[in-house]
Ligand binder design. Structure first.
Ligand SMILES: [Zn+2]
Ligand SMILES: [Zn+2]
Length: 317
């Protein structure tokens, strides 16, 4: 699989990225256009995927109709188990068809359907949810989900344990246990922390360049144009008044670097994962397309990972 870097998801017109007067494609509801002209221009390349999504959508709708035809009391009984499983499978097929379209609308809809399956009691979709949230830059929700999901695996009774605003700066100890090893939770947590680290390093570099007394307009500008992690963006807003900003930032950078390093070392110590960082990343991406998309949509994330992993990877080769 060739690594191509994209700068995030497409959120405007599928042809020109314009963000005004947008209209969703009425069949797949996954791509938007600013004009009929641009919709027509995209038709040849869009039609096959559009048709596949529409088919999956129709099949899901009829599967849902079949469930609704059962009387309410029967809903959780054995009689509906078959149709319910069928519905869950149709949802996954729809998510796969949508997966080929890299737009915010498509990712939103995929997320909606995976969460629907989780509510119906499915257990594997949880591995994919954090990556879709990350692709939408909902990093705090992604982290909360990972905390909820990993706690849930250890204590299956707590089905509806709710986690909110968990601290993404905390040490990742809860993940570094061989008995509850989850490649997707590790990979998603790595990406959350790498996004945070990249932002802090960029902020540190700009402050070093401009000097300690950075005018507020410049800081605001950096926040809007450079920062990618919503977790860092909200922290920066909170810490505006703090006097020792520089020192705190240095500590945070070093802490994140060491956490990312710890996760990488933990991963490379597990036997089935190749020692070489590149091989590991490729394996994880091939296993899960959502993971691959989430990483390549954050420019520089793979380089940052390899930079921090570098010494250990070399030592093992
Ligand atoms: Zn357009
Ligand atoms: Zn379409």
């Amino acid at each position: 699989m060739a690594v191509e870097y994209r700068d995030g998801l497409i959120s405007g017109c599928h042809i020109c990225q314009n963000i005004s007067l947008l209209q969703l494609c009425s069949r797949c509801r996954a791509v938007q256009y600013c004009s009929n002209e641009h919709q027509i221009r995209d038709f040849q390349s869009h039609k096959t995927r559009c048709k596949a999504i529409k088919c999956s959508l129709d099949e899901l709708n009829s599967a849902q109709q079949r469930i609704r035809s059962y009387p309410g009391d029967d809903y959780w009984s054995g009689r509906v188990a078959g149709p319910r499983l069928d519905c869950m499978r149709k949802r996954l097929a729809l998510v796969d068809a949508l997966g080929l379209i890299k737009t915010r609308d498509s990712v939103h809809t995929q997320l909606h359907h995976l969460q629907g399956n989780i509510r119906l009691g499915s257990t594997s979709e949880g591995e994919r949810v954090p990556f879709l949230l990350l692709r939408l830059d909902e990093d705090q929700d992604a982290y909360d989900f990972i905390k909820w999901w990993t706690a849930r695996t250890a204590q299956p009774d707590e089905r509806y344990l709710d986690v909110q605003d968990a601290d993404a700066f905390e040490a990742p100890d809860f993940l570094l246990k061989e008995e509850s090893f989850s490649p997707s939770a590790l990979s998603a947590t790595l990406l959350i922390k790498i996004k945070m680290l990249q932002d802090l390093e960029a902020l540190e570099a700009s402050i070093a360049l401009i000097g300690p007394k950075v005018p507020q307009e410049i800081l605001d500008n950096i926040q809007v144009n450079v920062l990618r992690s919503p977790i860092i963006r909200s922290r920066i807003l909170l810490s505006r008044t703090s006097s020792n900003g520089g020192e705190t930032m240095r500590n945070a950078v070093e802490e994140l670097q060491s956490q990312i390093h710890r996760i990488s070392v933990f991963i490379s110590d597990i036997d089935w994962i190749p020692a070489d960082a590149r091989e590991w990343a490729k394996r994880i991406w091939t296993l899960m397309p959502d993971t691959y998309d989430a990483w390549i949509e954050v420019p520089g994330s793979i380089e940052t990972f390899k930079r921090l992993m570098g010494k250990d990877a070399e030592g093992r080769l």
